[in-house]
Design a protein around this ligand. Structure first.
Ligand code: R5P
Length: 302
């Protein structure tokens, strides 16, 4: 590929390498370090003048560190006269802060968009953004990809007949409808109330789940509280003890693996937008998004 470089920050080097394999290119030379006080240091190790530069960096935990790395890499490329800087951010941190809930709260997703554009990011590629309207915070091009088709293809044969798709809250109804359309089944919605960042209550199941296997779908599993309380609500509503989970971003924060280790949960499917580290919970399958991202990068670079 002509006048093209693919860089990776440190957030998900395996995914960036897999994308490179699909594109038959190696990763560009770039060193990311930390100064003793924690400040980020970036050194782009090759010329990018006049090049189209793709930087793969999900802003997953530690969110601020990964975000700062991405901004530093973009700034370095812009100062080195890159022609265009495309940030490939498969998981976009701070996306859940897309509006104010109180009168004196920031809108973090908007702030991230402003800073990203200020440092010279011309184009953002992301997957299953928590709230699609975040695109409006950017003046530049944004491609929001969906992992739903890839996940459906990977799990279709593993679901028992009669499985219904469950949206664990009102925000995921559209995504659940996309799953249901592809899996040719119906959608159930749970009414959820979030108390704090880690405490949620699933209050009411809307739809009939009596004796049905269920597939709960979500954009992310963070603390695992949404999934745990959805499983309880479904079982209380009479669902069969055969529950499957599909989520695009498996952040799997400490404590979440225990919540997913529920006897009714048969399989948890996530993608590799963020690295699944440490001991893999039983019955967890990771589906790669590398071919999807490689195809989009190829199309953007045309
Ligand atoms: C919330 O609106 C999101 O779509 C997810 O349901 C939520 O962020 C998952 O977080 P947790 O695993 O901490 O419940």
């Amino acid at each position: 590929m002509d006048r093209f470089t693919l860089f990776s920050g440190t957030a998900n080097v395996n995914l960036a390498t897999a994308i490179g394999r699909e594109l038959r290119v190696g990763l560009g030379a770039c060193t990311v370090n930390r100064f003793p006080d924690g400040e980020v240091s970036v050194d782009i190790g090759e010329a990018v003048r006049g090049y189209e530069v793709f930087i793969v960096q999900p802003t997953c935990p530690p969110v601020n560190d990964h975000l700062m790395e991405l901004l530093a890499m973009a700034d370095a490329c812009r100062r080195a006269s890159a022609e265009r800087i495309i940030a490939v951010v498969p998981y976009f941190g701070y996306a859940r802060s897309d509006k104010r809930h109180g009168r004196r709260e920031p809108i973090m997703a908007s702030m991230v968009a402003l800073v990203a554009q200020t440092v010279g990011i011309d184009h953002l590629v992301t997957i299953d953004l928590h709230a699609a309207q975040i695109e409006g915070f950017f003046q530049n091009a944004v491609d929001i990809l969906s992992a739903v088709p890839i996940i459906c293809n990977a799990i279709r044969d593993r679901l028992p007949p009669g499985t219904v798709v469950v949206s664990p809250d009102e925000g995921r109804v559209k995504m659940a409808a996309q799953y249901a359309q592809r899996l040719k089944t119906s959608v159930i919605v749970i009414h959820k109330h979030r108390e704090t960042g880690s405490e949620v209550h699933s209050l009411r199941v809307v739809g009939d789940v009596q004796e049905r296997p269920c597939l709960i779908v979500d954009d992310m599993i963070s603390t695992g509280s949404t999934i745990a309380s959805s499983v309880d609500a479904l079982l209380r509503a009479g669902a069969r003890g055969e529950i499957f989970i599909a989520a695009t971003h498996g952040l799997l924060l400490p404590g979440s693996r225990e919540k997913l280790d529920h006897p009714a949960i048969r399989n948890v499917f996530v993608t590799d937008t963020v690295p699944v580290e440490g001991e893999t919970p039983p019955r967890l399958s990771v589906i790669t998004v590398a071919p999807l991202l490689a195809e989009v990068i190829r199309n953007i670079h045309l």
